[in-house]
Design a protein around this ligand. Structure first.
Ligand code: 5GP
Ligand code: MN
Length: 339
């Protein structure tokens, strides 16, 4: 996004607009934090703003300021479709292609609204009038901070905006540890704390509110952990039966894949989660260093993401998906052993 784009967007936002903000399906902390952070900013400009998410998200995100305004497309389809059809501007946040919104894909693609993309995923589609895409960014929340900064409005950042943006930066950087975390990220975080983000409460609300069953499910996942030393890889499986046994709720498996990556000498980690309702196996991939799970997922598992964190899906059975993963590893052995 250049100076001219910023001037045009300023002009665009200088009078009241009907605005819709949309994140990707299965929204995570960055998706919810960035959409609500932008929401709180835009309503200060007297715009009519709605946040529409494709489907539900984890309970550990449901305390975030503005949570109550969120509309869910899967359960409130008509209302959401009408808002999209009547919107002047649609902000698409934290995703790079309409299909990442699941069933919202068609209505978004058919909409005549002006689109503004703010996103940090690789290989973005070319649908937006204004495209703010930067794969080097830690999070979409960091980009929303920069967007507000470019518009000259950091003075408008209050504790609500600060809290929302802190959540997404924290969750997408693994609490400020991933490679994407820069000194600039920390400076922004410092600003957000000064503007009212209560960092201790935020960490507590997101990470220290586990149910007993979630911890039991984690125990099950860890006992299913397998290691493939020659590929420096480790993976975890969770079958639908196991998920049911521990009363699985959305978000319960978030972060579990990181335990596999935390194993000494592991460069590649995966978790395979059976979803009988959708008829897929949902895959999360993580890596250390230069090994690109984005490329691996694009090549073999209908997905994508970032170099060190990507997702995908498989239409094979859980067993066959794992067998496929194991069978492709040898072709990556050289890269994995060079890390
Ligand atoms: P997670 O493994 O936590 O679901 O996702 C890791 C990263 O990959 C996130 O940035 C997420 O947006 C992206 N991602 C997850 N699933 C998919 C997918 O099916 N397709 C694509 N393109 N990206 C995904
Ligand atoms: Mn993100």
């Amino acid at each position: 996004m250049n100076e001219q784009d910023i001037t045009s967007i300023k002009q665009l936002l200088s009078n009241q607009k009907k605005i819709v903000i949309v994140p990707h399906k299965n929204p995570d902390g960055d998706a919810i934090g960035s959409t609500l952070g932008l929401y709180h900013y835009l309503i200060k400009g007297n715009h009519l703003v709605n946040v529409l998410v494709p489907n539900d998200y984890p309970t550990f995100l449901k305390w975030i300021p503005g949570n109550d305004v969120i509309l869910k497309h899967d359960s409130q389809t008509k209302v959401c479709d009408a808002l999209i059809e009547n919107a002047d501007i649609i902000f698409t946040l934290d995703f790079n292609a309409f299909h990442r919104t699941g069933n919202m894909e068609t209505v978004l693609a058919n909409s005549n609204a002006l689109k503004i993309m703010i996103d940090h995923h690789q290989a973005p589609d070319d649908y937006a009038t204004y495209m703010f895409s930067d794969v080097s960014m830690s999070s979409t929340c960091e980009m929303i901070y920069n967007f507000i900064d470019m518009l000259g409005d950091t003075d408008l950042i209050d504790s609500n905006i600060a809290t929302c943006l802190y959540v997404g930066i924290m969750t997408d950087t693994g609490s400020f540890r991933f490679l994407s975390t820069t000194s600039k990220t920390h400076r922004i975080i410092a600003q957000l704390i000064e503007k009212g983000a209560n960092n201790t409460n935020i960490h507590n609300n997101v990470y220290d509110t586990n149910s007993y069953e979630r911890l039991q499910l984690l125990g099950c996942a860890l006992s299913n952990l397998k290691v493939i030393p020659e590929s420096r890889a480790a993976y975890i499986t969770l079958s639908q039966e196991e998920l049911n046994k521990y009363n699985y709720k959305k978000g319960d498996t978030e972060g579990v894949v990181n335990y596999a990556l935390s194993l000494n000498n592991t460069v590649l980690a995966a978790i395979f989660i059976e979803d009988k309702q959708e008829g897929i196996v949902k895959i999360s991939l993580r890596s250390k260093g230069h090994f690109s799970v984005n490329e691996l997922s694009r090549a073999h598992f209908n997905g994508g993401g970032h170099t060190n964190a990507a997702g995908g899906k498989s239409y094979l059975s859980l067993e066959d998906t794992v067998a496929k993963f194991i069978s492709i590893l040898p072709s990556y052995n050289k890269a994995l052993n060079n890390e």
